[in-house]
Design a protein around this ligand. Structure first.
Ligand code: G
Ligand code: G
Ligand code: MN
Ligand code: NA
Length: 254
């Protein structure tokens, strides 16, 4: 209850910020983009994890306004990085199921990329499987609209939801993100290795990119490289960093 009451005022009090976790190409070790991750610092509660407050925002509908802020702030930041580096910086934004099913998502994405003059192909939206299981026809139309703008789509936390392989064929997504629960157990547990291997093969056969999440050890990275996984994210390379650290990371990456 305390969280919810504080959450209602958090936007107007400017308590949110974004941090950015690099996504790295496994073959050459270069940064290919970032995932924007929402952070909330509240004067009463301190730093609150999105694991706690995103579900509350989702249940109360506050996620619509918060999500709009995340999208706008991401595009503003992309614009500013491009002004500094001269090249587009790719960023992926998480969309919650409720946000995804909200009626004016498509125009709001279009407004945002127009307002900040961001190349649509540099923006990616991460959607969980849970958002895809209902209203399939609507989801299909919406995804095609997003793709028509040039924005990319990925399936987040792949393997944890109500996975139906059918939707991979049906929906126009570019990338799968293998949930970090499977990566965590790589090297410990043969079943996880088999699952990760299968997801990578599946992605390859469907001509989708594949990103491993939560890579923490060199051993995990070596296994993923052997499996020909495209990209990874994780503490091994970097945690999510503040916006002003991104340029420094890109500088090293040159
Ligand atoms: O790194 P982290 O603790 O930030 O993320 C925890 C969870 O919160 C993840 O499932 C992540 O997808 C989610 N999350 C982080 N940022 C956002 C956001 O901007 N919007 C939504 N809907 N979820 C987010
Ligand atoms: O669900 P989503 O993939 O959006 O969640 C991203 C979450 O994963 C964030 O909470 C982020 O901080 C966390 N994360 C990123 N890299 C690692 C990692 O290497 N290990 C662990 N345990 N969590 C990670
Ligand atoms: Mn994500
Ligand atoms: Na994930």
């Amino acid at each position: 209850l305390a969280i919810e009451a504080q959450l209602r005022r958090a936007l107007e009090r400017r308590e949110f910020r974004l941090e950015y976790q690099p996504k790295v190409n496994i073959a050459d070790g270069r940064i290919v983009g970032f995932e924007a991750l929402l952070r909330w610092n509240n004067p009463v509660l301190g730093e609150v994890s999105p694991v706690l407050f995103v579900p509350i925002a989702e249940r109360t509908g506050l996620i619509i306004a918060i999500g709009a802020w995340v999208l706008d702030e991401t595009c503003r930041q992309m614009r500013s990085w491009t002004a500094s580096t001269g090249a587009p910086v790719k960023v992926a934004v998480n969309l919650s199921p409720r946000q995804f099913h909200q009626k004016d998502l498509l125009p709001s994405i279009r407004d945002c990329i127009d307002r900040w003059n961001v190349p649509a192909g540099a923006l990616e939206l991460e959607i969980t499987e849970t958002a895809l299981v209902s209203r399939e026809q609507e989801v299909d139309v919406l995804m095609r609209g997003i793709r028509a703008l040039g924005v990319e789509l990925s399936i987040d936390d792949f393997g944890t939801g109500y996975s139906s392989l059918a939707y991979l064929k049906r929906f126009p997504v570019q990338r799968l993100k293998v949930d970090r629960a499977f990566i965590r157990d790589l090297g410990q547990d043969d079943d996880s290795a088999a699952i990760v291997h299968s997801v990578i093969s599946l992605a390859r056969n469907l001509k989708l990119g594949v990103v491993a999440e939560g890579v923490e050890t060199e051993e995990q990275l070596a296994m993923l490289r052997d499996m020909a996984c495209d990209e990874y994210q994780g503490f091994l390379f970097s945690r999510a960093v503040a916006a002003d650290k991104v340029l420094a990371l890109l500088e090293v990456n040159k």
